[in-house]
Design a protein around this ligand. Structure first.
Ligand SMILES: NC(=O)c1ccc[n+]([C@@H]2O[C@H](COP(=O)([O-])OP(=O)(O)OC[C@H]3O[C@@H](n4cnc5c(N)ncnc54)[C@H](O)[C@@H]3O)[C@@H](O)[C@H]2O)c1
Length: 251
């Protein structure tokens, strides 16, 4: 119970990595606000936390929209009080060759992944500055550090998030707010399901991962838990890579 008495707000919290973080943080004693755009999945996530004895609410909010984000933060605080941790997990990834990326898909990746993390972080940091404490965790990607083909818009949005993490950490440190990130490698969620379901493609892909397997959302939740906890009290501005060793391999 490392987060007892704390309140965590998680964008994109109704599926995949965000949902695993919601479940783990609730198990560790946090009251959890699960935000996103899929009402049914948000409600199921909250019900499941309640069924395990935890406390959670769902808030519908599109992270691209400033008024939605401001309402999300007000509803969260009205329900569970000051926010101790914000996790920015909302994200999209729609691979396409560079020469074929449509302007609207470029905008979608930058708006959800990068602008959404900025809007939520700014709105929450304004509140955290009143209490003089807080932790923001950006779910980035190894694609923000190295480039993967057919994902120029996604890669650029995640590189932007890594810069956002460092830049916000610098300005928010004097206010008592830590900002860190997690850069997951290849994690089993619906984003990666098309590749996982393709036997030939996945066996070739697994050869690029030294640990030889796909990662689990729970393994990203474990890194996020460390960053949210007192164990990371002296850590700000950095992103932890959780990728089965993928980035250390030359070929
Ligand atoms: N799965 C992986 O291998 C992997 C690897 C690296 C990084 N990531 C990152 O992890 C995060 C979670 O991805 P996931 O794999 O769990 O996939 P996912 O599709 O299950 O999760 C993405 C979540 O974001 C929400 N979302 C999308 N657009 C939104 C919007 N406009 N406003 C609010 N919420 C919105 C979705 O509803 C969903 O709940 C993303 O930021 C993704 O880039 C995933």
């Amino acid at each position: 119970m490392r987060l007892i008495g704390q309140h965590t707000l998680i964008t994109g919290g109704s599926s995949g990595i965000g949902q695993a973080i919601a479940y783990r943080f609730a198990q560790e004693g946090a009251r959890v606000t699960v935000a996103g755009i899929e009402d049914g999945a948000l409600e199921e996530t909250v019900q499941s936390i309640h069924a395990s004895g935890g406390e959670a609410i769902a808030v519908n909010a599109d992270v691209r929209c400033k008024s939605d984000v401001e309402r999300m933060v007000s509803e969260a605080i009205a329900a569970f009080g000051p926010i101790d941790t914000l996790v920015n997990s909302a994200g999209v990834c729609k691979p396409a060759p560079f020469l074929e990326i449509e302007e609207e898909d470029w905008d979608l990746h930058i708006d959800v992944n990068l602008k959404g993390s900025f809007l939520a972080s700014q709105a929450v940091a304004k509140e955290m500055s009143k209490t003089g404490r807080g932790s923001i965790i950006n779910i980035s990607s190894v694609n923000g550090i190295a480039s993967e083909g057919d994902q120029v818009h996604y890669n650029a949005s995640k590189a932007g998030i890594n810069s956002l993490t460092m830049s916000m950490a610098l300005e928010l440190a004097p206010l008592g707010i830590r900002v860190n990130g997690v850069c997951p490698g290849f994690i089993e969620t619906r984003l990666t399901k098309p590749l996982i379901d393709n036997q030939e493609a996945i066996s070739a892909y697994l050869k690029t991962i030294p640990l030889g397997r796909v990662g689990l959302p729970e393994e990203i939740a474990a890194a996020a838990l460390f960053l949210a906890s007192q164990d990371a009290a002296y850590m700000t501005g950095h992103s932890i890579v959780v990728d089965g060793g993928q980035l250390i391999k030359l070929s």
